[in-house]
Design a protein around this ligand. Structure first.
Ligand SMILES: *Cc1c(COP(=O)(O)O)cnc(C)c1O
Length: 381
């Protein structure tokens, strides 16, 4: 928790849970990425937290932006980014949205199959756009990640060369390869296998007369929650070693797309204990209900994947496990039960709790009015 957030919360007047994001931390994170991977362009993954203040800061610092929709592209443009600093990174797009993105000037677009390449070629004709660059996303198994991105995006590496060749034949620029090693990736070596596959795709394309330029290293850089995580320099070192190992002295242009690692540790949620109870007289474990849960912004507690650090004003007292749950009338709205959460025995109704590391994937996952609860309030300071 930073001094600025502490001050802000001390003088806050309004009621209900909120997240407070400290822009100084975002700025520090941006510089850390730029230092750890000096020859790599940073494309902030807008979906992690699209607050205009964050986008404006990053645009001013020189960041580019990975956008998943036309709305996110418009947000990045409104924040001051030029279209050449925006990529349309979603592999699943409507053709009319591709046309719109091209009309807005975006020229870097993700694909993972031939049908998507064909959409882009038709959209290029409709928008009368030239210089359209596509990159093909390959599958990554996500091992070592606490929030793996599974099989939904990307094709097997053996298919990527054909997808890129198809783009080339349709007059698009076959620009490169992308992958995502899974979010909250704790293994600094997780990029190695995908970089080996990328180098193979580069070589196969070269044999077919197509010269690829870029490897998009995706996101995955972690935020510190309860467990310690390696620093961003360790990721930079490991990635650079893998790049050299697989590409030798023909290093490709590279980009990274940090989301969580850029904003996660910049935010804190302040919430309140609504109820502490037991289900029977001899129930061994208390239930603690907060005024925020899975539908109020803590969706990443799904399957108890992300375990946030929680601070209370009673942290010196003895600790006991509890089941931690949200306030809505949905039984899925339980945060931690399989592995109960240690909280002070003295924790009481009305106490404030601070949930750390909540700058990423909270506001954007918060329901609009489930059970009449408003979406998570956000302050960027
Ligand atoms: C979500 C996403 C990211 C950001 O991932 P983090 O693990 O939060 O850094 C990057 N690239 C793409 C294509 C994404 O979908």
């Amino acid at each position: 928790m930073t001094q600025r957030i502490r001050e802000f919360l001390r003088t806050r007047r309004d009621d209900g849970p909120c997240v407070v994001v400290d822009l100084d931390v975002v700025e520090t994170n941006y510089h850390a990425f730029a230092r750890a991977l000096p020859d790599t362009r940073v494309f902030y993954a807008v979906k992690a937290n699209p607050a205009p203040e964050i986008l404006r800061l990053l645009a001013r610092l020189g960041s580019s932006f990975d956008c998943a929709s036309v709305a996110e592209i418009e947000m990045a443009l409104a924040a001051g980014a030029t279209a050449d600093r925006i990529s349309f990174g979603n592999t699943i797009k409507k053709e009319r949205d591709i046309v719109r993105a091209l009309e807005l000037g975006v020229r870097l677009i993700a694909v993972d199959c031939q049908a998507e390449v064909e959409k882009i070629a038709r959209a290029r004709d409709a928008a009368d756009a030239d210089g359209v660059r596509v990159f093909c996303r390959i599958l990554c198994d996500g091992a070592g990640a606490e929030w793996p991105l599974s099989r939904k995006f990307g094709c097997v590496p053996e298919m990527a060369t054909d997808v890129l060749e198809h783009a080339h034949r349709l007059g698009l620029t076959a620009y490169g390869v992308s992958f995502h090693v899974g979010s909250q990736q704790g293994n600094v070596g997780a990029w190695d296998q995908a970089l080996a596959s990328s180098a193979t795709i580069f070589a196969e394309c070269r044999e077919r007369g197509i010269s690829l330029s870029m490897v998009n290293l995706g996101g995955g850089f972690p935020t510190k929650y309860l467990k310690q995580v390696p620093g961003v320099e360790s990721y930079g070192d490991a990635i650079f070693r893998s790049l050299s190992k697989h590409f030798g002295n023909r290093l490709p242009e590279t980009i990274i797309e940090p989301g969580r690692g850029m904003v996660g540790n910049a935010g804190i949620i302040e919430a309140e204990v609504v109820l502490v109870s037991k289900k029977s007289e001899d129930d061994a474990v208390r239930w603690v209900y907060l005024d925020i849960g899975k539908f109020g912004g803590l969706a990443e507690t799904m399957d108890e994947a992300i375990r946030y650090p929680i601070r209370t004003e009673r942290d010196g007292d003895s600790m006991e496990p509890c089941v931690l749950a949200g306030p809505t009338c949905d039984s899925a709205d339980v945060l931690y039960e399989k592995v109960p959460y240690l909280l002070p025995v003295s924790l009481s109704i009305g106490d404030k709790v601070l949930i750390e590391g909540t700058g990423a994937y909270t506001t954007t996952y918060s329901a609009v009015a489930f059970n009449g609860f408003p979406p998570l309030r956000s302050y960027v300071i």
